[in-house]
Design a protein around this ligand. Structure first.
Ligand code: HEC
Ligand code: HEC
Ligand code: HEC
Ligand code: HEC
Ligand code: HEC
Ligand code: HEC
Length: 490
């Protein structure tokens, strides 16, 4: 009998000759070809295009996998129906003495190795691609535009999105990809929320992200920072504050030093009763000496639900380290201080702020309105020509009407002027059961010392011992919190 026609020899090609397997093979071949072509295009291009990336590293491999599954499924179905006809199992016999068998085996090995190599290169690149800023920030560009733009202007513009949002390790990688699948679906189906909600539930603890670069033990000493402001009067009078911020307290060996990063060392925990963590009625901490102190806000007598307790970490103060939506007042103040907008233009601070906070449907509408309104309010004044693009730039960097993203929707916890921030706990109303301990705000010098305040000239008169705060407005009443009056807008 001619060996070429033996049943065992024909079994494999016969099995594969079914519609399911053949469709699978065609899909596999086409997607592999597409992958190689796209891979070459992506490698040769100077800047990576998110859509080529999505096609190369996500869509093409998906089709290759579908093809492979179909091919195997077809084989399995064909074998099952063959077994029904002749119950004797078809066995595969490879006879290396036959030239045809050697040739088929040779091709099989070459094809498998090529396939494995392409898959290895492909999955390596797919991994890197889905971790890249291009993928996170650009692939779905309307949705991520606010985060991407603010990120590009932050101190972390060179830190990849994944370094904060995913961090190292395989399990977080898988978790993030699973939630990513849902997000891709939400974007495709156009059911994603606007603005994108924060805080992010299940965000990875800061020890695994921020603390990979910032070492809390190294926080010590003070930093000097100047907060420049202008008043909303006709002269746009400058009113700035120069603070010595006590950013120490992170080093357990120097506890006596105290300071703002004390919270990291001392295991502070709290419960928030709202989604944005603005209302904090219960706080406790375990000090380095092991003593536990528990505080309750006046009127909070509820039983404490242990499951709702959160350990305070970097993000409870630095919740906008890379997506900071400047408040309209602060953004205009910065433009005035840097001279991009001329502070000699009468009443420009008030007028510019007012234009920023109006409701617009789209960015294009806002930019057009800013230009026409400023031109109308300062007719024939050449100084307004440079102020218009400066204010438009402020708008583009901090306001995203299409995604409803601006300072209003994303509270910032770092200070206490426009949002409660530190005063969520430091409000003089959180007291321990024995009344011995209070989380205070009235002693302003716990956190910072005011070195100088007032006009640019006053800022030069530094006062090492610190000076009491002189509020620019007469009506200021220290019994109120700053954010009872200050909201970031006019
Ligand atoms: C320095 C660290 C860091 C980097 C880098 C970073 N993020 Fe974030 N991101 C955060 C933190 C912190 C939050 C707020 C977390 C919270 O409050 O739960 C956040 C929030 C978000 C949110 C939720 C909406 C919002 O604005 O609060 C999105 C979406 C987001 N980031 C996307 C990105 C993208 C896309 C990139 C890269 C272009 C990126 N992030 C880079 C730290 C970072
Ligand atoms: C991959 C390293 C890296 C990671 C991760 C990282 N940072 Fe940074 N961060 C830096 C570098 C570098 C700078 C200094 C940038 C500069 O001076 O311009 C910086 C600056 C800062 C500053 C001071 C500048 C400012 O904007 O006020 C703060 C605060 C800060 N980071 C907080 C965080 C927090 C919170 C996280 C976690 C959500 C984080 N960082 C994650 C590298 C990192
Ligand atoms: C979740 C509640 C909470 C928040 C929010 C909070 N703190 Fe505290 N803070 C505490 C507690 C509790 C203490 C201990 C109070 C005491 O002395 O009894 C403390 C103590 C301090 C101390 C004194 C540390 C020392 O040297 O002993 C400083 C400084 C401080 N906080 C600064 C800040 C700043 C700045 C912010 C905002 C960026 C802030 N805190 C936000 C709970 C909080
Ligand atoms: C209690 C609130 C609070 C916590 C918790 C906190 N910080 Fe800060 N941090 C501040 C404040 C306030 C400043 C100074 C003001 C500012 O930067 O706007 C600051 C300053 C910094 C700076 C800049 C210091 C410098 O020398 O310029 C870095 C970096 C930083 N923090 C990182 C972190 C990291 C990382 C964590 C978590 C391990 C953390 N912080 C936890 C409140 C906090
Ligand atoms: C719990 C700590 C804490 C206490 C108490 C505190 N501050 Fe502050 N304050 C801060 C921090 C942190 C910042 C810096 C915020 C930032 O970097 O955006 C700040 C900023 C300021 C600024 C500059 C704000 C700006 O944007 O121009 C002023 C003015 C100020 N504080 C006044 C006071 C006065 C007055 C008191 C006492 C009634 C007080 N602070 C009590 C933590 C505190
Ligand atoms: C009773 C209301 C009220 C309270 C409370 C209040 N302010 Fe003000 N503040 C004002 C008004 C009104 C102005 C003038 C605003 C203008 O000209 O645009 C002003 C102006 C300022 C300015 C300069 C201009 C600006 O907009 O930045 C600073 C800085 C300032 N306040 C800081 C604070 C701080 C810090 C606190 C809390 C310790 C505080 N204020 C509490 C009403 C208040």
């Amino acid at each position: 009998m001619n060996s070429e026609n033996s049943p065992s020899n024909r079994a494999f090609p016969a099995l594969i000759r079914n519609w399911v397997s053949l469709t699978g093979l065609v899909i596999m071949a086409a997607s592999l070809f597409a992958f190689i072509l796209l891979f070459v295009i992506d490698s040769l291009a100077h800047s990576s295009n998110p859509y080529v990336g999505v096609l190369t590293y996500l869509v093409a491999p998906t089709f290759t996998t579908i093809g492979l599954v179909l091919t195997l499924l077809g084989l399995w179905l064909a074998r099952r129906s063959l077994l029904k006809v002749s119950p004797k199992p078809v066995s595969l016999v490879i006879d290396l003495s036959q030239q045809r068998h050697r040739r088929i085996l040779g091709w099989f090995i070459v094809a498998s190795l090529t396939f494995l190599l392409i898959t290895a290169v492909g999955s390596y690149h797919s991994y890197h691609f889905t971790e890249s800023v291009t993928f996170c920030g650009e692939a779905c560009h309307t949705v991520m535009k606010p985060e991407k733009v603010t990120y590009e202007h932050s101190s972390h513009a060179r830190v990849a999105c994944a370094e904060c949002h995913i961090g190292p390790g395989a399990s977080w990688f898988v978790k993030s990809k699973l939630s990513g699948l849902h997000q891709v679906y939400a974007v495709a189906a156009n059911i994603y929320p606007r603005p994108v909600p924060t805080p992010i539930k299940n965000l990875r603890p800061a020890q695994d992200t921020c603390e990979q670069c910032h070492w809390p033990e190294k926080f010590s000493g003070n930093v000097v920072r100047t907060y420049r402001h202008f008043l909303s009067n006709k002269e746009n009078t400058e009113y700035s504050v120069r603070l010595l911020l006590r950013v120490g307290g992170g080093n357990p060996l120097q506890h006596h030093e105290g300071g703002i990063h004390w919270h990291i060392n001392n295991h502070v925990e709290y419960i928030a009763t709202d989604a944005q963590r603005l209302k904090i009625p219960w706080v406790r901490y375990v000090g380095e000496d092991g003593k536990m102190v528990e505080y309750r806000a006046t009127g909070f007598t509820n039983q404490v639900n242990e499951a709702a307790i959160r350990r305070m970490d970097c993000m409870d103060c630095h919740n906008r380290p890379s997506h900071r939506y400047q408040k309209p007042n602060d953004a205009v103040d910065l433009a005035l201080a840097s001279g991009k907008i001329d502070p000699a233009l009468p009443e420009i601070r008030a007028k510019a702020t007012k234009l920023l906070v109006q409701e617009y449907a789209t960015e294009a509408e806002a930019l057009a309105k800013i230009a026409t309104e400023l031109k109308a309010q300062y007719p024939n004044d050449p100084r307004i020509e440079s102020a218009i693009p400066a204010l438009q730039e402020v708008y583009q960097r901090n306001f995203f009407p299409e995604m409803k993203a601006s300072w209003k929707n994303y509270p910032e916890h770092i200070g206490h002027k426009d949002w409660l921030g530190c005063f969520r706990c430091h409000d003089d109303k959180h007291t321990s059961a024995d009344g011995q301990h209070k989380i205070k705000f009235t002693d302003c010098n716990t956190c910072h010392v005011i070195l100088a305040q007032g006009s640019a000239k006053d800022l030069e008169k530094l006062d090492g011992a610190g000076q009491p705060f002189k509020h620019p407005e007469e009506e200021y009443d220290p019994a109120y919190f700053c954010n009872d009056c200050h909201t970031g807008g006019p």
